[in-house]
Design a protein around this ligand. Sequence first.
Ligand code: FES
Length: 593
Amino acid sequence: MDAPNKEFALAGSLEELKVKGRLVVHGSHRPILVIYDRGRVYALDNRCPHMGFPLERGSVEDGILTCHWHHARFDLESGCTFDLWADDVPICPVEVRNGDVWVKTTFGHADPAAHWHQRLADGLAHDLGLVIAKAVHGQLAADVPLANIVRQVALFGAQNRDGWGVGLTILTALANLLPVLPEEEAYLALFHGARRVAADCDGEAPRRERTPLGSRPDPAALKRWLRRWTRVRHREAAERTLLTAIAAGLSPAVLADALLAAETERAFADTGHSLDFINKAFECLDLIGWEHAAVVLPTVVGQMVAARGAEESTAWRQPVDLVALCDEAASQLPELFAAGRGAHGWSDHAALARELLGDDPSRIVDALKAAIRAGAAPADLSRSLAYGAALRVARFGNANEHADWETAHHVFTYANAVNQMLTRIGTADIDGHVTAVRGILHGAMALYLTRYLNVPPARIPGEGGEHLDDLPADAETIRAALLDAFDRQRQVDLAARLVARHLTLGHSPQALIATLASAVLREDAGFHAYQMLEAGVRQFTVWGEADEGRHILIAVARYLAAHSPTERAALQTADIARRLMRGGELHQEAGAS
Ligand code: FES
């Protein structure tokens, strides 16, 4: 029996369909449900778009098909769902020829990229995890560039809540990691980023647009104003000033300097999150294009002006006034950098990092001053700070309270953000940029205050001639053992040893990083885990494969091991979506029973 063309398959005779009410067409294609209802024939994907339950086992009434698993309801004619969480069921053309029913076995859309773009918009708007997962998968299958998907989600997030949130930070952190991720992991990364942005925006009022000033003040005035409005917590004024700077076409480096100067009007504000969010907004624009600066950058201003600075905290005032120490050092920065201007080739990054881990705040500040006089640039100092903060995590004592992991984490991600911002700002106009260097002083004091986390310090595996010969030597076996360690609670030290083993044997750090990313992406990871992973990879890139790079990845692995495993519910959603999109039958056994 020949088909009208090879895209069509015979479902059966119309008489048979009328008698049975429904038929299922199996083949190499996805199973197709053909339904006869009130004189018309319909054909749909037999797998419920929610979780794949066979729709042939559902019921039809008044043109509505109801799945009997979670009772999602669908318009029989269009496949559109009445229950948004379930998603629409794909339909396919059906033809009745000479008393036989033929169905087209290929599902698809005339413009898949446009279709899945719209579905992602729907999923984001209604915070529908399964729809988001399918739409991301669909866009990837349609060869939509990764940056386009990131852009769609980022702009949605920037416009649909009043300010930058953790979702946009997670999206940006994961998007930064996309180049080191295999294809399957890229899908997971984008899904996690998008679902967290959608969750952030769920129930929130959209952001209100502000406009730039009508004038074009010079960059120095705009920077002064931004600092002034931040000090007095005048959000509207700060946003209009920033929008004016963007409209004037100021470069990302100049904008970064202005925002970092304003941000550091307060010390270590909101335990470093405010500055980290600013840095992430810049990185987001690097990913999606600076033409979106006026949409994205102002989202950080609300938190920046409202943030609580550490100067309001007792620990920063008693028994040593760390804020006064920072203020005094900050006032000396212009002359310190002037003194260091003739010096070149400063490279004592690791040695400075160890001085920053000292227990005398005055000596810590003195070490920073000495480094500046010796020619260290702001990016050099912040690189040392980030490594020192990573060592704090790498040596985090297991006797500490679990919540203290976050204390160590905050300093590290803050230090990484300061390093990224100061690297972006550069040294072209160091005299004009010294204000932003206050971020290093604040970070150094935050690091000092966390010294108790290393009492006693955890041993860094591989140090002091320690051999790790009890561990496997083969690279893949080590990485499998690492993932296995993340499957169990309290495997902090084992994870650190495996990372040390992998790197000291000279195995690929990129493969190890991909494994760490995979470990995070399969979890219902907390906001900090994404930050930790991405900041660690950034700093590993800065420091390279020497001891320092190894210590940084050990810090990442220890933190992740302390927060694994989780329920992995999001991974299950992503997996269901992937299998539905690939056309597999998820519940054949249920259908056969
Ligand atoms: S409603 Fe159909 S599988 Fe859940």
